[in-house]
Design a protein around this ligand. Structure first.
Ligand SMILES: [Zn+2]
Length: 238
């Protein structure tokens, strides 16, 4: 095959490879997997936080139950003193009655608080239960997405490897000097296409009309002709 034609094929393979490399960064299933991963991570953190809230509530409830138990013991003690008739002093009796009344209120107050804790605990338990079910489903979806993402990624990587091999095979057939010129030109033109197939007398890249003298020179083997407008290396379409 003609050298310039091989160069054009190499360019097309390399362009395709660049495109695939970009595709690799935005495979839909991989993006979906990353999105879901973040969601699962957030859900796990939320569940952990709710678990901590639940144990704090349980601890607070236990402490208040212990308080109530202590108050109850005291109340029993005071009540028995009040009613066993051993306190004769009216002032002392009055003071004891006050103590009993105040302790009773204290006890009631703590019992109300315990009820609030119990309600909070019940709500947290049901929320945690719901979150756990949700997280289980999310994790199953995540697992499926992971498999899809791996498969899709592998398939793009396989294509990339094939394009690399094709490119290497083509490059091996091209004169070193010509290949070097192509690399330099491609670099100067920002990595885009720089080998332009002439179509009906027009440059295939910038579409400018080429003088007929160019076409004659193009037919001479080994002659390198560049587009005066976009600097691409021109080749004849076979
Ligand atoms: Zn051009």
């Amino acid at each position: 095959m003609e050298q310039r034609r091989l160069l054009w094929e190499l360019q097309e393979v390399e362009q395709e490879k660049n495109k695939k490399e970009q595709d690799l960064q935005k495979i839909p299933s991989v993006l979906q997997y990353r999105e879901k991963y973040k969601k699962v991570d957030l859900a796990e953190k939320k569940l952990q936080q709710k678990g901590e809230e639940l144990s704090a509530e349980r601890k607070a409830q236990r402490l208040k139950e212990m308080d109530v138990a202590k108050i109850s013991t005291l109340l029993e003690e005071f009540n028995s003193k009040l009613y066993n008739g051993k306190i004769g002093n009216a002032k002392e009796l009055e003071s004891m009655e006050k103590k009993v009344s105040s302790l009773g209120k204290d006890k009631e107050f703590r019992e109300d608080e315990i009820i609030v804790h119990m309600e909070t605990i019940e709500n947290l338990e049901s929320e945690i239960n719901h979150l756990q079910k949700q997280l289980k489903e999310e994790k199953e979806t995540l697992q499926k997405l992971k498999m899809h993402a791996r498969r899709d990624r592998q398939s793009v990587q396989d294509e990339l490897e094939k394009l690399s091999r094709d490119g290497e095979e083509l490059a091996a057939k091209i004169d070193e000097g010509l290949l070097k010129k192509y690399r330099e030109l491609s670099k100067r033109l920002g990595g885009g296409r720089c080998v332009s197939p002439v179509q009906n007398g027009f440059c295939g890249i910038c579409n400018v009309s080429l003088p007929s003298s160019f076409l004659a020179r193009l037919r001479t083997p080994g002659q390198l002709v560049y587009c005066e407008n976009c600097s691409s290396l021109l080749i004849l379409e076979e």
